[in-house]
Design a protein around this ligand. Sequence first.
Ligand code: HEM
Length: 385
Amino acid sequence: MMPFSDGAPVDCRRDPTESGIDCFLAGDIRANEQSGLTAMHTLWFREHNRIADAFKQMNPHWDSDTVFHEARKLVGAEMQHITYTHWLPHIIGSRGMEMLGEYTGYNQDLEPTISNVFATAAYRFGHSLINPILHRLNATFQPIPEGHLPLHKAFFSPWRIVEEGGIDPLLRGLIATPAKLKTPGQFLNTELTEKLFRAVHEVALDLASLNIQRGRDHALPGYTDWRRECNLSVPENFDQLSTEISSSDVRNSLQQLYGHPGNVDLWVGGLLEDPVEGARVGPTFLCLLVDQFRRLRAGDRFWYENPNIFKREQLQQIKQSTLGRVMCDNGDNIQDVTVDVFILPREQSPAFVPCSSLPYVNLRLWTDCCTGNVFCNYIHCICSG
Ligand code: HEM
């Protein structure tokens, strides 16, 4: 488990009457916000330590700073690889991937920082994908005795990971259960709009309202301004949006609430657009996501594919990494996963595979034995040069 926060400044809105177990301390203050997220933080924290242990053993002459930074560098590379190669295509589809294009190297003139519009609206598209129930599954992918977790019981509940079976049941649930399907009648589930952080707020919060209010707080230009910025058509009335928002009920609601498309908040308009084929977002969010993901990649001097960041052989190994393998290597006792954890088991054949059949990152390539190229099999490394 991650260390307990022990008074460190983390966002910890747990209900102390529920359990004496403290919140966890992680690299991001939000790690306790819901049990699925806590499980993911635990997983990557362990991946770091697993790699650091191996590096220390292979390179006894490395001091602790070197071990830490080399492990951190590899974990960052694995995350970049998994995010851009395995996850992003499901979010922005083939059209988005074409817009993003291939990696062409570091561009020092690009600003990689997160834009206001990405953080405050576009990337919050994820709020519409959240399943209202966190499924918790045992080794045979059946419900655990403690049962599944309605989301409102998972908010700020670190104790559930300690006392209700560790991280494995949550991770299995995440890979074996679909995300929420957006429907014209429901874009966010009611756990988020009616019961957000209910345990510790006298009146539960509403994530949709928070997002809308935050956009106004930040003085974000509205939906139609961003469509113009993205070279998309700019509607003068709600009928002109019928290609983007096909549900007339949704357009009528917008008409009643906003009067004119120019008044629509970006997060609302962007979320309500029909998804582009093969993507999970409509054209406006697609444009804004592609812009951020392009800048994050080309504007990052340490991007894992930037030549000279890793040795060629190390890069080959990094490209073997999958989130499924990270779960295998760092779960409490995960024996089987899906080959592609971003696709439902029923959508792939075989549905599940044993961990031992998955490729892995051969850490021996990080043996610091020489300045030339290193060629390793599982047991030996040979240095040329
Ligand atoms: C159960 C799951 C989740 C909950 C309870 C949740 C809740 C929240 C809350 C309370 C905020 C702060 C709202 C505000 O006051 O402005 C927030 C911000 C945000 N959320 Fe979520 N969220 C969840 C999942 C997601 C997912 C899956 C994504 C994206 C894929 C996402 C993206 C964001 C972003 C980008 C922000 C703004 C962060 C920043 O500006 O620093 N969230 N979320």
